[in-house]
Design a binder for this molecule. Structure first.
Ligand SMILES: Nc1nc2c(ncn2[C@@H]2O[C@H](COP(=O)(O)OP(=O)(O)OP(=O)(O)O)[C@@H](O)[C@H]2O)c(=O)[nH]1
Length: 275
């Protein structure tokens, strides 16, 4: 028995739920099966139903009302509650053997950049539930149009990678919103960044920051995580299939172990009414 889990991580509103839905829809279209696990106690409804939903255990709204906590304190409370009730997660996941589960995580990145909540859940999934996990970290392409924002985003992604210790894929979301030529040029540079080129550009503006950028560029490069994959949910089949094949690779998922569902085209053909 083996299970694959994808963690969808990244700041609020970056497109995590949309990405989870795109993966599910792409997998369904090629006859593969996956389920979404909602780990956000403040989540709103999405197009696809959550198979497992933390809100069945605890919801942020209830916590805020009953414990008189604000949204951030409430969220930490929800996760402490989950950590004290991990047998709930075990029971929910128990039936999903040889399955592909996609964990839609909250956008409060402190949960996986410095609070040890998600790392504890990750260890539990690996050690007690036999998961091969892969983290995907999304950053919004339109926000990453100059070097300082790119480095700032890359460092937050790296912080999650260091804390979670998982195979890690960085994704630039909302590529379709990049329209002007300057941003397109910048984006091209960030999709395949050369640390030396990136760090030399700011010299004329502020030498101190230029030095800092050079150091960070080398650090980011040393960690081998400067590679970002572009994601345009509007053209989901090409970008999502590339991302999925990376995830299959790092989690050593073999399609032969996966329960099959009929591909969308097969379903369409079966459903055709020839009269
Ligand atoms: N144009 C464009 N919009 C997108 C894309 N992906 C997501 N969005 C929009 O961005 C908004 C936020 O998307 P979500 O998927 O809810 O983002 P999230 O990261 O799950 O949000 P939180 O759970 O609140 O952190 C929605 O209005 C989406 O329709 C994309 O690739 N292109």
């Amino acid at each position: 028995m083996s299970r694959v889990g994808i963690l969808a991580l990244g700041p609020a509103g970056v497109g995590k739920s949309t990405f989870c839905n795109s993966i599910i829809s792409h997998m369904q279209s090629i006859g593969r099966r996956a389920h979404i696990v909602n780990l956000d106690p403040a989540a709103e409804a999405t197009e696809y139903e959550f198979t497992i939903d933390i809100r069945d255990l605890i919801s942020l709204q209830d916590v805020m009302e009953e414990m008189d906590l604000g949204p951030n304190g409430g969220l930490i409370y929800c996760f402490e509650f989950l950590l004290n009730n991990l047998d709930w997660l075990d029971e929910e996941i128990g039936d999903y053997n040889d399955e592909y589960l996609i964990f839609d995580c909250p956008g409060q990145i402190e949960l996986y950049t410095h609070v040890p909540v998600l790392p504890t859940i990750v260890k539990h999934l690996q050690q007690s539930l036999n998961f091969n996990l892969c983290a995907t970290y999304l950053l919004e392409a339109p926000f990453i149009v100059d070097n300082s924002k790119f480095f700032s985003g890359a460092l937050s992604a790296m912080s999650a990678m260091i804390l979670l210790e998982l195979p890690h894929i960085n994704i630039l979301s909302k590529i379709d919103l990049i329209k002007d030529e300057y941003s397109k040029k910048q984006l091209k540079k960030f999709l395949n960044p050369d640390p030396l080129l990136l760090s030399n550009e700011d010299e004329e503006f502020n030498p101190k920051f230029s030095r800092l950028n050079k150091l960070i560029a080398n650090l980011v490069d040393d960690f081998g995580m400067v590679q970002f994959l572009p994601l345009d949910c509007a053209k989901e089949s090409t970008t999502i299939s590339t991302i999925l094949s990376y995830i299959d690779d790092v989690t050593q998922w073999s399609e032969s172990q996966e329960p099959k569902e009929p591909a969308a085209e097969e379903l369409d053909e079966e459903d055709v009414d020839y009269d």
